[in-house]
Design a protein around this ligand. Structure first.
Ligand code: ACO
Length: 427
């Protein structure tokens, strides 16, 4: 067995940590016995060097900038499969055949609708409330509606069928909740989902429709948004997925865990970046200002960062950003694009990719850099960008939740701390 020998230079005592090899990517040394052997913990704030679980869902090849779901490259899935097929793949490990797909699609359509009492929740939120806030609250509230259907008390012999029903609910209802959250925030009349429409078309319909009015929805718009959902479907142990797993590890209800993931995703360092990118491009305002903002991004004394740039894992071009850049070129022929924003984005990328600061830190465009421009072209309101990320990612969270819950010996996640506060104080 390959090992790494760790030596405590204070005592001279050594301990061999076994090296665990993944099917792809960097191996990890197993330090589960570290405290037992040395009475030491490992210190890794923000967990950048820490492998927290074994997973079979998604693999990121950081060096080469590759992403695989259940072994399939993201480029092939984005090109050949629709979002619901990718959902099925993430949940079950296999792509569906025609019959399996038909049944799955049918079940998801049946789950589009919300309990009428949940519909009333939206009116409790003030005008202008951000749809992310309503979304995380309403998803947490699903716990009250479907409490009886999931074994929530920490047993691993829960009914697998209940898990599939939970997955269908999450996938089917989150777009409806997101659309309702938006409509409520701007005072639009409620629109019920349309079961005759495919998942992504139905979501665009719920955003655009008025009572007795048939909105125009182009096929290329459905394809572009469907690809955005696919590109966001899962991404290993990112911050929001880790939040879902942490909450899951306590044995809490799955909808509560998904709601925690939504909250974690909202931040501008994570899923909130797509909204922040557009705000930033608008603030830059013109290609003539790009150099100035690049200087700001490089200035250590300036908190300004280029939004949509950099990634904790990828040290190469984010493969999802490449696919989105291609989609931008495709949709340009049929839909009006904000060319001013696009020009600024292209200029930023051009300068950053040849600038020593960005090269030496491996800072490349990430998935959020171009997604916002596509969503703007689809006339999606800015505050719906992050909810769209949520819609795509919901299946990944469920798949990861299930993976953790299926572990024989699921343990509560409980890191340690270095206590640096006062000691031995007395009143
Ligand atoms: N603009 C300018 N400089 C940057 C940027 C950026 N966007 N990102 C990182 N850097 C610099 C840092 O200042 C740091 O420089 P230093 O070594 O001189 O101190 C170095 O690159 C490393 O940055 P860290 O913050 O330590 O990298 P980390 O892996 O922790 O952060 C993150 C990754 C959060 C994504 C970061 O790159 C960032 O804030 N990007 C902008 C926000 C964004 O686009 N988020 C979306 C990520 S993708 C997703 O969640 C879907």
């Amino acid at each position: 067995m390959d090992t790494v020998t760790l030596t405590d230079n204070r005592s001279g005592k050594s301990f061999d940590a076994a090296i665990k090899y993944p099917k792809g990517g960097t191996p990890a040394m197993d330090i589960a016995d570290l405290h037992k052997e040395f009475e030491l913990y490992s210190f890794d704030p923000s967990l950048g060097n820490t492998v927290s679980c074994e997973s079979k869902v998604t693999h990121l090849n950081a060096k080469e900038g590759k992403l695989y779901h259940r072994g399939y490259p993201i480029e092939e899935l984005a090109q050949e499969k629709n979002y619901l097929e990718v959902c099925y793949l993430l949940l079950t490990g296999e792509l569906p055949d025609t019959q399996q797909y038909g049944e799955f699609d049918d079940l998801i359509r049946k789950r589009y609708f919300l309990h009428e009492k949940l519909n009333r929740l939206f009116s409790a939120f003030p005008d202008d409330s951000h749809p992310m806030s309503t979304l995380s609250s309403a998803v947490a509230a699903l716990t009250s509606f479907y409490h009886n259907f999931i074994e929530i008390h920490g047993s691993t012999d829960f009914d697998v069928n209940e898990y599939y029903v939970m997955a269908q609910r999450i996938i089917g209802k989150i777009p409806t909740i997101a659309a309702q959250a938006y409509r409520q925030s701007v005072g639009l009349p409620s629109i019920y989902p349309d079961m005759d429409r495919y998942f992504t078309e139905n979501f665009l319909y719920m955003l655009r429709a008025y009572p007795n009015n048939e909105p125009e929805i182009k096929d290329i718009e459905i394809k572009a948004l469907d690809t955005i959902f696919t590109l966001h479907a899962d991404h290993g142990q990112n911050a929001s997925t880790t939040a879902v797993r942490v909450v899951c590890s306590t044995g809490a209800h799955p909808y509560a865990a998904i709601s925690a993931g939504i909250s974690a995703l909202w931040g501008p360092k994570h899923g909130g970046a797509n909204e922040a990118v557009i705000n930033q491009l608008k603030a830059i305002g013109s290609v003539d200002n790009v150099e100035k903002y690049i200087r700001k991004a490089k200035d250590k004394n300036d908190p300004f960062r280029l939004m949509g740039f950099g990634h904790r894992v990828y040290k190469n071009y984010d493969p999802r950003a490449k696919i989105l850049k291609k989609i931008l070129e495709e949709i340009k022929t049929e839909i009006e694009i904000d060319n001013k924003l696009l020009e600024i984005a292209y200029k930023i990328e051009e300068i950053a990719l040849s600038d020593e600061y960005f090269i030496s830190r491996n800072l490349y465009p990430n998935v959020d850099f171009y997604s916002g421009i596509i969503l703007t072209a689809l006339k999606i309101p800015l505050n719906m960008f992050t909810p769209i990320f949520v819609i795509g990612r919901s299946v990944g969270w469920v798949a990861q939740w299930f993976e953790l819950r299926s572990e024989e010996n699921m343990k509560i996640t409980r890191p340690r701390q270095l206590y640096m506060g006062d000691v031995n104080k007395h009143l």
